[in-house]
Design a protein around this ligand. Structure first.
Ligand SMILES: C[S@@+](CC[C@H](N)C(=O)[O-])C[C@H]1O[C@@H](n2cnc3c(N)ncnc32)[C@H](O)[C@@H]1O
Length: 226
């Protein structure tokens, strides 16, 4: 299962370890601040603040249905960030999860927030489970090229659709996220890394609002080689 972003008119890029610097502000420095703030505030449920991409329970429900989530099922969460979706899958569906993320601080954060989680630092593009040339994680794919890229990587598309519009998250999810953001602004508002992360996130939001970035959900299969 992959979450891909279709980007109109901007060339796609693939995250490799040496490109981790492009992810540093949001998925490194900020992930670490979210972890600290969430623990300092003593939040009862850490899952909402640790869901940084799929930050809506209805979207997680949708993903769980797509993969047929069930007790005992092993799920590899590629680009797991702070591990919220993994913790949610374990809590709601009894899945056994393993997370992989390129950013050491995100992996450290996931382990602090969810001490029983298993998270490794690695690039998805270097894992033998995933074809080296597959568009993964922060894959920004111009329209019309994704099907060809997946076919070239030897992946068969089982389902492909725009991610459902689930509206705004329930208050039980929005409030802890806002509390954490307020705490980070209070403690680090003057830090240039805070300002860079805020600018990057705002720019991403504008691209989504304008329709230049479209979230797309794909269910793909890699045929077994016997
Ligand atoms: C938008 S965040 C989503 C995090 C998490 N899946 C969630 O929903 O909360 C994308 C994550 O993918 C990670 N990432 C990007 N490229 C990667 C790669 N090549 N290998 C592993 N992780 C990667 C980033 O560090 C970041 O934590």
């Amino acid at each position: 299962m992959m979450l891909s972003w279709h980007l109109r008119g901007i060339r796609g890029d693939r995250a490799m370890p040496h490109q981790a610097r492009w992810l540093e502000a949001e998925f490194g420095w900020h992930a670490e601040r979210v972890t600290e703030a969430g623990l300092a505030l003593g939040l009862a449920d850490l899952v909402p603040i640790a869901c940084r991409g799929s930050s809506h329970p209805a979207l997680l429900d949708h993903l769980a249905r797509l993969i047929g989530a069930r007790p005992g099922q092993t799920v590899l969460d590629g680009g797991c960030g702070l591990g919220g979706p993994m913790a949610w899958l374990t809590r709601e569906h009894g899945c056994s999860t393993v997370g992989v993320d390129l950013m050491p601080s995100a992996a450290r954060g996931a382990r602090r927030l969810f001490p029983s989680s298993t998270v490794v630092v690695a690039s998805l593009t270097a894992l033998p489970l995933i074809p080296a040339d597959a568009p993964v994680a922060n894959a920004f794919t111009p329209p019309g090229t994704l099907a060809g890229q997946l076919a070239a990587a030897g992946l068969t598309v089982l389902a492909s659709a725009r991610a459902p519009d689930v509206g705004s998250a329930p208050a039980a999810w929005r409030e802890p996220i806002l509390a954490v953001e307020r705490e980070i602004a209070h403690c680090h508002g003057g830090d240039p890394r805070y300002q860079l992360e805020a600018r990057e996130r705002a720019a991403f939001g504008r691209l989504q609002l304008s329709g230049r970035i479209v979230p797309w959900l794909l269910l793909v299969e890699r045929p077994c080689s016997s």
